[in-house]
Design a protein around this ligand. Sequence first.
Ligand SMILES: NC(=O)c1ccc[n+]([C@@H]2O[C@H](COP(=O)([O-])OP(=O)(O)OC[C@H]3O[C@@H](n4cnc5c(N)ncnc54)[C@H](OP(=O)(O)O)[C@@H]3O)[C@@H](O)[C@H]2O)c1
Length: 254
Amino acid sequence: MIDLKGKKALITGGSRGIGRAIALTLSKAGCQVAINYFRNKKAVEETAEEIMSSRAEGEGSPLLLKANVGKPEDIVSMFETLKKEWGSLDIVVSNAASGVLKPTMELTHHHWQWTLDINSYSLLALAQHAVPLMKNGGKIIGISSMGAFRAIPNYTLVGASKAAMESVARHLAIELAPKKINVNIISAGVVDTDALKHFPNREELLENSAKKTPAGRLITPQDVASTALFLCSDLSEMIHGQTIIVDGGYAIVA
Ligand SMILES: NC(=O)c1ccc[n+]([C@@H]2O[C@H](COP(=O)([O-])OP(=O)(O)OC[C@H]3O[C@@H](n4cnc5c(N)ncnc54)[C@H](OP(=O)(O)O)[C@@H]3O)[C@@H](O)[C@H]2O)c1
């Protein structure tokens, strides 16, 4: 059992999908959680309710923080609340993502800015605000995808944003390792969440991914959350700046 009692974690996009599984998993391990969301209040309230009913003994209520992680001013106000409520922080999971899915020739500068701000700038900004609160070391985790190293139709901007995020993580890792802060990335295979509803070929994507995965099934939000739990624990002390692929072997198939 990994025990995170006494730790405090911020999970961006923690209200739905993979982020929700991470928030629940860290909470069950005894961690206090702050759940960031953007638009969907009902989803964050439902997740908070589930956390309240399954949390470890003595753990406080989750903090619910509305903010667009692509907006510097929203990040500032989110951390003002965190500082006021908690005063310190041990874990940040940069999980929230958005992005314009279009063929390359249709992409605009606005699409680029929207996607890169939410998916890449966020990791940098979250780290800059979180590190001063990480007085006894900490863990910073970003959630990426195989679009960072593969070309996938319509995925240009999300792929570019994930590649940028992975690079930011490596650079943060070398600066923060002396402060006992680990920065790592989890790169997940296809997970059947709401995010996939935006893909025109969702059914085909799910079917092909399951078929091509050596482990014989799709990745679940819990697979990603379990890896996040490991990276949040003392067991990962000497892992710095890595991208850990959780895909059931999909990426290594020729
Ligand atoms: N699903 C996959 O196949 C897959 C594969 C590899 C990697 N990933 C990565 O895993 C992460 C989670 O994906 P998911 O599939 O779980 O997504 P999801 O189910 O669509 O959930 C997205 C979450 O992010 C929040 N969010 C969206 N834009 C935001 C913003 N600008 N600021 C703050 N929060 C925002 C949403 O909050 P609201 O509902 O309030 O808007 C929601 O909580 C992403 O980084 C994604 O790229 C996903």
